[in-house]
Design a protein around this ligand. Structure first.
Ligand code: RTP
Ligand code: MG
Length: 140
């Protein structure tokens, strides 16, 4: 099994409800290690860059508004198959479709306010990590 790193965001709807610790407990219980973490207020430019792939989608404006509306916690998670494992414990984008026990099933409010982000590939994880962390902030 490959040891990977993935990029995670605890989104505004979750920080707003004081759920950082509860979500981190799910992450750690799944065997993923939080090797970097900081609480930031995402700027509009950062959110637009981060979600640039969704620029043409009808929900893009709403998504940028949401991501900049309150603090987020950005994280690097490390472990075996970290990218796929985190997507699995996050659950489906829409919490109504998410499997029982997943973060989104337990905590998400809606398809937009869905509590967490996780990278969808090892390649994108590296790009996303580099957007928010310098190498010396990640301690494996
Ligand atoms: P993420 O990128 O945040 O980890 O989520 P994901 O892969 O499960 O979903 P994706 O399709 O990449 O969508 C990115 C985020 O955009 C918001 N969204 N809103 N209103 C809507 O129909 C809608 N669809 C997506 C969500 O916050 C989603 O996580
Ligand atoms: Mg995505």
């Amino acid at each position: 099994m490959a040891i990977e790193r993935t990029f995670s965001i605890i989104k505004p709807d979750a920080t707003d409800r004081n759920l950082t610790g509860a979500i981190n407990a799910v992450i750690e219980q799944a065997g993923l290690r939080i090797v970097a973490q900081k609480r930031i207020r995402m700027s509009r430019a950062e959110a637009e860059t981060f979600y640039a792939v969704h620029k043409a989608r009808p929900f893009f404006g709403e998504l940028v508004e949401m991501m900049t509306s309150a603090p987020v916690v950005v994280q690097v998670l490390e472990g075996e198959n970290a990218v796929a494992k985190y997507r699995e414990i996050m659950g489906a984008t829409n919490p109504d479709s998410a499997a029982p026990g997943t973060i989104r099933k337990q905590f998400a409010k809606s398809i937009g306010e869905n509590s967490v982000h996780g990278s969808d590939s090892v390649e994108n994880a590296a790009i996303e990590i580099a957007q928010f962390f310098s190498g010396n902030e990640i301690v494996g």
